[in-house]
Design a protein around this ligand. Structure first.
Ligand code: NAD
Ligand code: DAU
Length: 332
């Protein structure tokens, strides 16, 4: 039984991980989260007070970080500025949180000899062509495209350097696109589901041929606990569930699952520098650590996600109008 500190635990994947930990392990959990626009305290409502606590604070604040590292055995680091479209609009917070924040945590891990797991993204590898049979592996060279992905790449390199130079006990995982409950309505799948629920036509960037490799957030959580328990210090593990689909397929599936005509959406201005395809080869995690995804079927997971947003309008409604107003300024 450990005391686990989860940074960014009020965000999408972090909150799913906290629920997973409390439901499936005996560990106690502290969340450190500054509650940016992307953090939602309500995602952590109802958790057992004897095993869960919440600290509102910034990962760039060395004082608060030091206090928390002194009293926790393991840190799982999710906190980040995570949205590509925002990084094109204003990159600065991405540098602060993703680079300086990760540096601040690494210095505390070094001082307290804390087991540290760094959550990262497949976007550090750049993108693949649609007709390229290749998938990303742990050996793929870094080639990020956006301000978001370049700051995540920078944070990964800091972790590698702190392992090699200072002996920090860290692992890294790079995961593909997650879906599931508690995802902010700025992101593709929740945006389209909540558009349909609001009577707004879904919005597809460009021609919609871009491919993302979808994985349910619960499968990601299971992968992270597997790496925390069994991963080799200094190693990187790719996490993916063989879920490649193009955006046009996904938007049409959302519409038909919600009882709408499959063509009831708009093509809007494409994202600048839009990555074409991500695809993960997760064989290392599967063969060396024994992880397997449990959501084999994207259609079933998507239907459950649609049901969750339909039942939880009170959770997403406060962010919906401002999100759509932001996209409208960009013709998206
Ligand atoms: P999110 O935007 O939903 O949540 C980020 C959380 O971090 C929020 O709760 C926010 O309040 C918090 N935060 C931001 N800046 C902070 C700071 N300076 N100090 C403390 N807390 C801060 O993000 P997400 O989609 O859940 O992604 C979580 C992590 O997983 C990120 O590191 C991201 O790069 C990575 N990742 C995401 C995906 C995906 O599909 N969403 C896939 C692979 C990897
Ligand atoms: O690959 C992992 C990454 O997945 C994570 O590192 C990021 O944090 C996470 O946000 C996600 O990045 P994407 O940019 O792929 O996700 P997003 O949900 O923003 O967009 C998914 C795809 O859908 C992308 O090709 C852009 C497109 N899109 C997005 C929106 C918001 C649309 O076509 N319409 C939209 O309205």
């Amino acid at each position: 039984m450990s005391k686990i500190l989860v940074t960014g635990g009020a965000g999408f994947i972090g909150s799913n991980f906290v629920h997973y930990l409390l439901e499936n392990t005996d560990h106690s959990v502290t969340v450190l989260d500054s509650l940016t626009y992307a953090g939602n305290r309500a995602s952590l409502d109802g958790l057992p007070a004897d095993r869960f606590s919440f600290v509102q604070g910034d990962i760039c604040d060395a004082h608060i970080v030091d206090e928390l590292f002194a009293t926790h055995d393991t840190v799982v680091h999710y906190a980040a500025e995570s949205h590509n479209d925002n990084s094109l609009d204003n990159p600065r917070p991405f540098l602060d949180t993703n680079i300086v924040g990760t540096y601040t945590l690494l210095e505390a891990a070094r001082k307290h000899d804390t087991r540290f797991h760094h959550i990262s993204t497949d976007e550090v590898y750049g993108d693949l062509e649609l007709d390229d049979p290749a998938r990303f592996t742990e050996a793929t060279p870094y080639n990020p495209s956006s301000p978001y992905s370049s700051t995540k790449a920078g944070s990964d390199l800091l972790v590698r350097a702190w392992v090699r130079s200072f002996g920090v006990r860290a692992t890294i995982s790079n995961c593909s696109n997650n879906y599931g409950p508690y995802q902010h309505v700025e992101k593709f799948i929740p945006r389209q589901i909540t558009n349909v629920l609001r009577g707004i036509r879904p919005k597809l960037y460009g021609a919609g041929e871009n491919v993302r490799d979808w994985i349910h957030a619960d499968d990601h959580s299971r992968a992270i606990m597997t790496i925390v328990d069994k991963g080799v210090i200094g190693e990187t593990y790719l996490v993916g569930a063989d879920g490649e689909k193009n955006n046009k397929e996904v938007i049409e599936l959302i519409l038909t699952t919600m009882g709408q005509p499959s063509d009831a959406y708009d093509h809007v201005t494409d994202r600048a520098g839009h990555d074409m395809r991500y695809a993960i080869d997760s064989n290392k995690l599967r063969t060396e650590l024994g992880w397997m995804p449990e959501y084999g079927d994207f259609e079933t997971g998507l239907a459950a996600t649609i049901d969750w947003y339909t039942a939880n309008e009170a959770w997403w409604a406060p962010a919906k109008d401002a999100t759509e107003a932001f996209y409208a300024t960009k013709g998206q």
